[in-house]
Design a binder for this molecule. Structure first.
Ligand code: FES
Ligand code: FES
Length: 156
């Protein structure tokens, strides 16, 4: 089946089975490999993208349902070489080690910051509850999102 996907503001036509997970379509058809696949069953959050404004596990969304929606992936978060302030905050805070969870954390954090410009630490914990990190112990990740929301830290 042919589907039109709107990803990071660009339209793509892909050929894929209707039930192909969006995560796989992004990676295998569009070569947007920033979106990671960990569990493939909605348990780890590595595949988080923003779909029509909401953070979702793209491994659970069939491509037929994503067609026609606005899809945002980690590749669309920065502006060329310029990191988004949330990405920069992850770097400055030291909130990543192996980096496998990072795209999903960024997308979940970004969705939070859009709906809540001044999240509390608990807001961040709740927003990232579906995202698993094997490396960092979460403290730095939470700090990175909270810090990115502070006016003094805003770079753009
Ligand atoms: Fe989608 Fe783990 S790969 S939640
Ligand atoms: Fe390795 Fe999070 S930095 S899984």
């Amino acid at each position: 089946m042919a589907y039109e996907l709107l990803v990071n503001g660009s339209r793509y036509e892909i050929d894929a089975p209707a039930g192909m997970p969006l995560a796989a379509a992004l990676r295998d058809r569009l070569h947007l490999t920033g979106t990671k696949i960990g569990c493939g069953s909605g348990d780890c959050g590595a595949c988080t993208v923003i779909l029509d404004g909401r953070a979702v596990c793209s491994c659970l969304v069939p491509v037929c349902r994503a067609a026609g929606c606005a899809i945002e992936t980690i590749e669309g978060v920065g502006a060329g070489e310029q990191l988004h302030r949330l990405q920069q905050s992850f770097v400055d805070t030291g909130a990543l080690q192996c980096g496998f969870c990072t795209p999903g954390m960024i997308m979940a954090g970004l969705a939070l910051l859009r709906r809540n410009a001044r999240p509390t630490e608990q807001d961040v914990v709740d927003a990232l509850a579906g995202n698993i990190c094997r490396c960092t112990g979460y403290r730095k990740i939470i700090e990175a999102v909270v810090t990115a929301a502070k006016p003094s830290e805003v770079r753009r």
